[in-house]
Design a protein around this ligand. Structure first.
Ligand code: ATP
Ligand code: MG
Length: 315
């Protein structure tokens, strides 16, 4: 019988590595000559068109990691390679979307999105035409001439995504981009970013403190603990089924962790696979064909976009 989840990850594993993080460490100077270890020996790879989520509690080094990847913060150990070249500063090959609303308040939506295109030397007319296309893609064509203060929080983040994508980055870095918007808008934006990734075939590193968000979005999920160490990396299915330790078990939810979820060998719904707890009770579905997880306890969420294909364009 074909296994859509395994096939999906075999396809991803065959793709070239875009981002290679090797033994990354970052220590900030603390009070009285002490050191604050924000990241310790962090290593992982992101392959082309892969969606990685990094999840962990407040202060575990998520923003430090993503800022180092963006080249906005230096590191004290290890190396970050983008397409094999060391990252030593910011560049248009990486697009950033931050938690706060970071649009330039003195520029219209159109000018905000044109900003990155101007930076990479597009002429004015080409930049304007391209920016309008990006604004349309995020569903805000009617707001192109609006000012940021005239937009809702969700709309501002859509513009921030358009601005980050406009310069054609190799990789999109997102640091808790949806944590300031209300839950309904957040759901919409999560689906939007999945749609964009599916259509544009982008490579994405997405930071979240919300495990449901991390499981929904990520092909792979990296769980960070205090001190900035990776405690587990795997597919949502792997992490749910077998939390690496008590910390991960409690982080993904005491109920879920204690249940020791497994994928039922017998129960199936077509090509979907069913997650069952230790008592054989079905608690979630790994939906075919894209292998995304729908968790039936907690907050049910699922992908509404189809899986990206290997024929999709490069990111
Ligand atoms: N510029 C800095 N100087 C000193 N310490 C810092 C600096 N930036 C971050 N830290 C420390 O590094 C650790 C990790 O911070 P970071 O902002 O990366 O955490 P985070 O996981 O993003 O947290 P949150 O979920 O609250 O955003 C924290 O202990 C923080 O206080
Ligand atoms: Mg942070």
């Amino acid at each position: 019988m074909s296994d859509p989840v395994a096939e999906r990850f075999q396809r991803i594993a065959a793709r070239p590595v875009v981002l290679d993080v090797q033994n990354l460490g970052m220590s900030f100077p603390g009070a009285g000559g002490s050191l604050i270890h924000a990241l310790h020996d962090v290593s992982f790879q992101v392959r082309r068109r892969e969606f990685i989520t990094v999840v962990g509690a407040s202060g575990c080094g998520k923003s430090t990691l993503v800022r180092i990847l963006a080249g906005l913060t230096s590191h004290t150990a290890g190396e970050v390679l983008l397409d094999g070249k060391p990252v030593n500063g910011p560049g248009p090959d990486r697009g950033m979307v931050f938690q706060g609303y970071t649009l330039f308040p003195w520029l219209s939506v159109l000018k905000n999105v044109m900003f990155g295109l101007d930076m990479i030397g597009r002429g004015h007319d080409a930049a304007k035409a391209e920016a309008l296309q990006w604004i349309e893609l995020v569903g805000l064509a009617h707001k192109a001439d609006a000012w940021p203060h005239q937009l809702s929080g969700g709309q501002r983040q859509r513009v921030a995504i358009a601005r980050a994508l406009a310069a054609g980055p190799r990789i999109l870095l997102m640091d808790e981009p949806f944590s300031s918007v209300d839950p309904i808008v957040r759901d919409e934006l999560q689906q939007e970013v999945l749609r964009l990734q599916s259509e544009l075939a982008k490579t994405i590193v997405f930071v979240s403190h919300d495990i449901d968000e991390a499981f929904l979005l990520g092909d792979q999920v990296i769980v960070l603990a205090q001190g900035g160490e990776i405690v587990q990396q795997g597919t949502p299915e792997q992490i749910l089924a077998d939390p690496a330790n008590d910390f991960v078990a409690s982080f993904i939810g005491a109920d879920r962790g204690k249940r020791r979820l497994t994928v039922s060998p017998t129960t199936s719904r077509g090509d979907d696979r069913v997650l069952v707890d230790a008592g054989g009770y079905p608690v979630g579905v790994i939906a075919a064909p894209d292998g995304r997880l729908t968790i039936s306890n907690g907050s049910p969420k699922s992908r509404s976009v189809s899986n990206k294909t290997d024929q999709a364009g490069d990111a």
